[in-house]
Design a protein around this ligand. Structure first.
Ligand code: TGC
Ligand code: FAD
Length: 386
């Protein structure tokens, strides 16, 4: 029996009917709506905003939330499959959904009052209100505890000062979830885009995630009402959101790796050198086999991680291990696939270089590879080496 090329261990048989249906629907969306435009969007450095209504109509924004907030109560494995299929198209599209769902809707749901939930979540699920998440600051994203942005209580309001950097969706967002240092520790605020003193500036010249908007945010005496403060104190507020988003990122790069392997496999079967296809050489087969091995291990890792999450037993260190492993797997595969394509691999006519460049961001954001390695080191030794 021939094995399906990108699912050597029949991981699909571990999925429920509903999970398979979710995967198939998003796969169709990626094939029909993302792949035809994404190379050009990346070339032009353009986020394809026109896809937002369709992404929303498919129920992909805040898909895990209860229905009264616009969600569909999907489980963690379904959310993971959504991330995987979107990132098979482009990391930027998956990033958009990750930020909206895990970094913006999740904190409003988890830390917000009922009034705050009803005020923002249904419109965010419908794609009418877009969010961004401001944690990282220019002086060093790995150490968010050393935050310089401040929020000072002034009567019924809070006054924010400072800046954030590398913020996905910054210039397309209607609201920003902003983390700031207060007299009572780090707290989160929903800042509306037209608030005086708040500005977003797009970061240009990116060679990675070119089909995604990345911005700096500036706060100059920005007045935010108490009604926009989230009810959580300390670093565990933003880190709790990161655990949700990092979970999605453990799945996403599998999609990017599959897209690259698919392309390199087809190309190397058709490319005739020295009177035989490149795919007939031992060297190419060793590379392709190694890619399939690493994708298979990553697939098994995330299904188990998702089952643990659905059972309420997922630990942040498990997410760190999978984020590290799967980003490393995907970036290595994208680079090897680029090599197998030779010169053809350097243009965006093929996907390998685009995915390889995107994955430079994916392996960096939501905790760099080193940060996740050190989280595992701390878990093993009980000693923090940060
Ligand atoms: P630590 O002392 O470990 O913890 C402080 C408090 O937080 C709790 N906690 C967590 N809670 C939930 N999830 C996690 N992953 C958590 N990790 C820790 C912890 O229990 C504690 O709670 P409490 O109640 O005792 O106060 O904090 P630390 O300072 O030692 O942490 C160190 C380190 C390096 C792990 C942390 O600072 C870190 O993760 N740094 C990396 C920062 C990062 O990932 N930034 C990402 C910014 S957002 C982004 O990149 C979006 S890209 C989106 C896209 O486009 O897709
Ligand atoms: P630094 O923290 O300065 O790290 C520099 C180097 O030092 C890295 O190699 C790192 O691994 C290493 N290092 C750090 N600590 C240690 C240590 N203890 N020991 C040894 N080495 C160490 N942030 C948001 O808040 N919201 C967003 O929406 C968002 N979107 C992003 C989108 C893109 C495209 C990118 C590139 C970033 C985004 N980020 C976002 C920021 C991202 O989370 C940070 O870039 C990341 O956390 C790393 O921070 P830094 O860039 O300041 O690097």
């Amino acid at each position: 029996m021939a094995l399906p090329p990108y699912d050597l261990y029949d991981v699909r048989s571990l999925l429920s009917e509903e999970e398979c249906a979710v995967q198939d629907a998003v796969a169709r969306f990626t094939d029909e709506r993302v792949l035809p435009i994404i190379g050009d969007a990346f070339d032009q450095g353009r986020f394809p905003k026109e896809l937002i209504p369709e992404i929303a109509a498919m129920g992909l924004l805040g898909c895990s939330l209860p229905e009264q907030y616009g969600g569909h109560g999907l489980n963690a494995v379904s959310y993971g499959l959504i991330c995987q299929e979107l990132e098979r198209g482009d990391s930027g599209i998956r990033s958009f959904v990750s930020v909206q769902s895990s970094l913006c809707m999740y904190p409003i749901y988890a830390y917000g009052s009922e009034e705050q939930r009803m005020r923002w979540l249904p419109d965010m699920a419908a794609g009418k209100v877009i969010g961004c998440f401001g944690l990282t600051e220019p002086h060093g994203g790995s150490d968010p505890a050393n935050m310089k942005t401040t929020a000072r209580k002034d009567g019924a309001d809070w006054v924010l000062n400072g800046s954030k950097m590398w913020i996905t969706n910054g210039n397309v967002a209607d609201i920003a979830i902003v983390w700031a240092q207060t007299d009572d520790g780090i707290q989160g605020f929903v800042v509306e885009k037209d608030t005086p003193g708040f500005a977003a500036q797009e970061i240009k010249h990116k060679m990675s995630l070119r089909a995604s908007v990345t911005s700096s945010l500036f706060f100059d005496n920005v007045r935010v009402p108490e009604a926009n403060r989230l009810n959580v104190k300390g670093l565990k507020g933003p880190l709790g959101c990161l655990t949700q988003a990092r979970y999605g990122i453990t799945w996403g790069p599998i999609g990017a790796a599959i897209a690259c392997l698919d392309e390199a496999l087809n190309y190397s079967k058709e490319r005739i050198l020295f009177d035989r296809p490149v795919a007939a050489t031992q060297s190419a087969q060793l590379k392709l086999a190694d890619m399939a091995r690493r994708i298979t291990m990553a697939q098994l890792l995330v299904v188990q991680l998702g089952r643990l999450k659905d059972a309420g037993r997922m630990a942040p260190a498990q997410v760190s291990l999978a984020k590290w492993n799967n980003c490393r797997m995907a970036i290595d595969i994208a680079r090897q696939c680029r090599d197998l394509l030779g010169g053809a691999g350097i243009t965006t006519e093929h996907c390998a270089i685009r995915h390889a460049l995107n994955l430079e961001s994916v392996i960096t954001y939501e905790g760099t590879e080193t940060v996740h390695q050190l989280v595992i080191g701390r878990e093993l030794t009980g000693i923090s080496a940060f």
